[in-house]
Design a protein around this ligand. Structure first.
Ligand SMILES: [Ca+2]
Ligand SMILES: [Ca+2]
Length: 126
């Protein structure tokens, strides 16, 4: 009986030895971009316009969209600014309010030469 136990211990020791004798490999895990946490679905607009510009000067291209949110019934027009958070998420900037228009244009250009883009919005207001 003692011999059986000794053989079992010996086998366990051999198995354990083989487990511990394996080499350990380390894998370098590169940092991943943060997962988007606040994805915005852009408003559907018809008869609209859009333009990209880095409006806040953080190096990421932001987006402005204008147009009509409905084709039938009462027309509703919007112009909304979405700020890029730097990892590909565009977040609606509620602090910037613009007159909603359709059938127009939105364009950025530095009108006054101060190195900041200025915004021109044209279109039909409802
Ligand atoms: Ca920006
Ligand atoms: Ca300017």
């Amino acid at each position: 009986m003692i011999k059986i136990v000794n053989i079992a211990l010996l086998l366990i020791s051999m198995v354990g030895l083989s487990l511990f004798s394996q080499s350990i490999q380390f894998e370098e895990i590169l940092p991943q971009a943060p997962m988007p946490v606040n994805l915005v679905e852009f408003d559907y607009v018809a008869q609209g316009a859009s333009e990209f510009s880095d409006v806040d000067g953080d190096g990421d291209i932001d987006l402005i969209i204008s147009g009509s949110t409905s084709y039938v019934g009462p027309l509703n027009t919007i112009t909304r600014l979405y700020l890029n958070d730097g990892v590909g998420n565009f977040i609606l900037d509620n602090s910037a309010t613009f007159t909603g228009v359709r059938l127009g244009t939105v364009d950025f250009i530095d009108v006054d030469g101060d190195s900041d883009d200025d915004l021109l919005i044209t279109g039909q207001k409802y």
